[in-house]
Design a protein around this ligand. Structure first.
Ligand SMILES: [Zn+2]
Length: 145
């Protein structure tokens, strides 16, 4: 039954727009490597992330055996549940530390360098938002953080 659920999740990821994931990142996940920009985040960062503000564009489940260069990870494989937001060029992975009985959170993709903007060619001159200097994504967040 569990295998059927996992098959469904993977199939679902393909159908719901895996094409929106940055190709290098999708290739890494399919090759069971840590994706570009892999970095641990705090519980506070997770609480304030897209994870609780927006529906992900695509999500999946993976076991990763290799670092970004393809070398085996120390110890054993890590099991991740991952989520991708195409508008933000970034993803979040929840990692199960099975034996310790806890969950760790990671980000991957662009490590945004946000700056406040008040105009944008696509959104006009009356917006108040944040834009990433690296990937150009625009984020309008709730006023109270
Ligand atoms: Zn960015």
């Amino acid at each position: 039954m569990l295998a059927r659920v996992l098959d469904y999740v993977e199939l679902d990821a393909e159908m719901m727009g895996a094409g929106t994931v940055v190709p290098e990142i999708l290739a890494a996940l399919e090759d069971q490597r840590l994706p570009l920009g892999w970095r641990e985040i705090t519980e506070k960062q997770l609480a304030q992330s897209e994870f609780f503000h927006m529906e992900p564009s695509v999500q999946g489940h993976a076991q990763l055996w290799k670092d970004q260069d393809g070398n085996p990870l120390d110890g054993q494989a890590i099991t991740i549940s991952w989520y991708w937001w195409s508008c933000g060029e970034t993803g979040i992975a929840l990692v199960s530390d099975f034996h310790a009985g806890r969950v760790l959170a990671y980000e991957f993709g662009c490590d945004h360098q946000m700056e406040h903007i008040t105009s944008h060619p696509r959104y006009g001159s009356q917006i108040s938002a944040d834009q990433c200097r690296v990937c150009g994504c625009v984020s309008v967040r709730p006023e109270s953080r």
